[in-house]
Design a protein around this ligand. Structure first.
Ligand code: S3P
Length: 175
């Protein structure tokens, strides 16, 4: 039985890499945000707007406990998932957890390009965004660093690099 969880900051490429890894290994792929949206029939941004971040974190915690029971899966989590409750310890106990590490500058570039609505980043200018990323990453790294496995993905931004990242993941996870 294989169960792999990818964690890391928003814009690190958790979903892209997770999908590619799952395909390569013949495993099912779950994105925790998408799972939450389908179970609650609401967008993450709507849940934030209606229940606040605290409400979202509770739902995220509960849904993590559902998906992390599934077998033969690759799961990509939201950027904040490991940083609340005992989520990171629970993940480590359930799965092979990999922190996809990425520099603030590269994250900034990805998040400026990304078109998705991320509630925590809404309305920030490019200057405010880089400051926010640096500050939040500094706080979050203490949780991310608890992942059993870590891989730097700062240089991963095209198809070839995604392929190489998947190969590296297979190597470090022995899968
Ligand atoms: C969040 C990251 C988002 C989503 C929510 C909160 C965070 O997921 O869960 O907007 O706190 O970093 P992605 O990392 O997939 O963007």
């Amino acid at each position: 039985m294989k169960r792999i969880i990818l964690i890391g900051y928003m814009g690190a490429g958790k979903t892209t890499v997770g999908k590619a890894l799952a395909k390569e290994l013949g495993l099912a792929f779950y994105d925790l945000d998408w799972y939450i949206e389908s179970r609650r029939r609401k967008k993450v941004s709507q849940i934030f707007a209606e229940m606040g971040e605290e409400g979202f974190r509770q739902i995220e915690h509960n849904m993590l406990h559902e998906v992390a029971e599934f077998e033969d899966v690759v799961i990509s989590c939201g950027g904040g998932t490991p940083c609340f409750f005992d989520n990171i310890d629970y993940m480590n106990s359930q799965a092979q957890v990999v922190y996809l590490r990425c520099s603030p500058e590269v994250l900034h570039g990805h998040l400026l390009m990304g078109k998705t609505e991320r509630p925590l980043l809404k309305g920030k200018s490019p200057e405010e965004l880089i400051t926010f990323i640096k500050e939040q990453l500094a706080v979050r790294e203490q949780y991310y660093n608890k992942a059993t496995y870590q891989l730097d993905v700062s240089l991963m931004d095209n198809y070839e690099k995604i392929k190489i990242t998947v190969e590296k993941l297979r190597e470090i996870l022995s899968v």
